[in-house]
Design a protein around this ligand. Structure first.
Ligand code: NAD
Length: 464
């Protein structure tokens, strides 16, 4: 197993072993891929308590939330991969133009080779194991570097992956920035990165040296457009789903969490009062019991600083209390903080929820387009015209109507960003494709040759 944070590990031997494993052809075998996916299922079942403990230790994640967001979601994805592996691996026949007659063609997926997966700390198991599913389903050998900011989770990942999966084909290198930097100098066949845009740029630059393809799963600010509160749709579900997508998943430290709400001015007071009622219903009198905490002091201070601007502070309508000793921030709602303040220009990644008021909800399109492309846009509405405007008039990784976060659990739709929120995609078959090269195979017969394809050249041939 690779080195710990602060070590100066020599990865060469491990990487050589991984290359040898890949070159042996073992990981291309369907039975190997299936056995590893089954081993991952077992890992998730048998080490559930260790995983719960590590998530509590590093992030204070409640058990139910940890099961929903990490163990349950990944278990579902492994099952889906096992059920579809044979089809994913199969050659797909394609048509050819007449010029090739007689011939047949097919696309055959082949593994890329040695892939490097770099993950973030907010869903340390989900964001590490989900891409590994795609990488092993596609027949690759894998290095995972989890985040040093969730050290208990990283240590558990390293020990359980070593124990359950084929450790000649899948290795975990623990460590922080220096380990990450050293590993980036190597030649990989694919780099799959989840994290910030800032580090994403470094990953791309390092990958360019070896012409290595990359997938960047980044973040950004995901808006939730809330249409007329007096509409015929289920508004109580709306409030619950918004709060669920903001506070009840890693305390808002989620790339697809609701970053801010857009609503018409006339609905503001109803929205705020209903959100307050639902905050009490969902998190009770002691929200510390059922919310995750902020990952570390650095991020706590970062969030505290977002509130330090006097105009931002004055916009707090609910919550706002900070407990530095326990790294806990109460669910906080703000109304119309200045648009140039950091809370509205930077990704919040925490339990602070600004509401921005608009004259008309249709103005949300212009508002969203004046900012970097989000990973997800949420919109709560049954107004088909507004839905069409948002689909056709904005650009984002995806749009989810009338709910939050559920798109992440769907294997049949791709997960990934566009523009500043990243590029490339995964989940389900999209993960398999991300870690495969689709090789074009053309088989030609000798029956005939069209005479105009070959010299001697004669301009009459152009008139055909
Ligand atoms: P980060 O970029 O600081 O770190 C991500 C990973 O990169 C970690 O494993 C870290 O050790 C490594 N790393 C850091 N500096 C490095 C360097 N110089 N060279 C090589 N590796 C380096 O991001 P983070 O704090 O872990 O995550 C927060 C960001 O990630 C947010 O922007 C969030 O939106 C985004 N995110 C995106 C998704 C998604 O699926 N799109 C999921 C979770 C988080």
């Amino acid at each position: 197993m690779g080195g710990e944070a602060g070590d100066d590990p020599n990865f060469e031997k491990d990487l050589e072993e991984l290359r040898e494993t890949f070159n042996s052809g073992k990981t291309r075998d369907a039975s190997w891929r299936r056995s590893q996916l089954k081993a991952m299922q077992l890992l998730l079942k048998e080490t559930e308590d260790e995983i719960f403990h590590a998530l509590k230790q590093d992030l204070g994640k409640p058990r139910c939330e940890a099961y929903r967001d990490e163990i349950g979601t990944v278990t579902k994805s492994v099952q889906y991969a096992l059920g579809n592996l044979k089809y994913w691996m199969s050659a797909k026949k394609v048509n050819l133009p007449l010029i090739a007659f007689p011939a047949t063609a097919e696309l055959i997926p082949e593994p890329l080779g040695l892939v490097y997966i770099i993950s973030s700390w907010n869903f340390p198991f989900g964001l590490s194991l989900e891409p590994i599913i795609g990488a092993i389903a596609a027949g690759n050998v894998v290095v995972l570097k989890p985040s040093e900011l969730a050290p208990t989770c990283s240590a558990v990942l390293a020990s359980v992956i070593d124990k359950y999966l084929d450790n000649k084909a899948i290795k975990v290198f623990q460590g922080g920035v220096s380990v990450g930097q050293q590993l980036l100098q190597h030649k990989w066949d694919k780099i799959f990165f989840t994290g910030s845009a800032q580090v994403g740029r470094l990953v791309m630059a390092a990958a360019a040296n070896h012409l290595t393809p990359v997938t960047l799963e980044l973040g950004g600010k995901c808006p939730a457009v809330v249409d007329s509160i007096s509409g015929s749709w289920d508004r109580e579900s709306t409030f619950k789903r918004i709060l669920g997508g903001k506070f009840a998943s890693c305390a808002g430290q989620v790339c697809i969490g609701v970053d801010y709400i857009l609503v018409e001015k006339r609905y503001l007071s109803t929205l705020v009062s209903r959100l307050q009622i639902w905050i009490r219903k969902m998190f009770g009198d002691n929200p510390k019991e059922c919310l995750a905490r902020i990952i570390n002091k650095h991020h706590f201070i970062r969030l505290k600083n977002l509130l330090s601007d006097p105009l931002v502070k004055a916009s707090i309508r609910h919550g706002g209390s900070l407990d530095e000793a326990n790294l806990f921030i109460e669910p906080t709602i703000l109304v119309d903080p200045p648009l140039h303040s950091a809370i509205m220009t930077e990704e919040i990644f925490g339990p602070l929820l600004p509401i921005i008021t608009l004259d008309k909800i249709e103005d949300s399109v212009k508002f969203i387009n004046s900012r970097p492309k989000p990973l997800t846009i949420y919109a709560f509405t049954n107004n088909e015209k507004l839905k069409k405007m948002l689909i056709a008039g904005t650009s984002s990784g995806g749009i989810t109507f009338n709910d939050t976060l559920v798109q992440h659990a769907a294997d049949t739709i791709p997960f990934g960003g566009v523009g500043g929120s990243g590029f490339g995609r995964y989940h389900g078959k999209f993960s398999f494709d991300t870690f495969s090269h689709e090789k074009a195979i053309l088989r030609r017969g000798f029956l005939t040759d069209f005479w105009f394809r070959f010299p001697p050249w004669d301009d009459k041939k152009l008139q055909l």
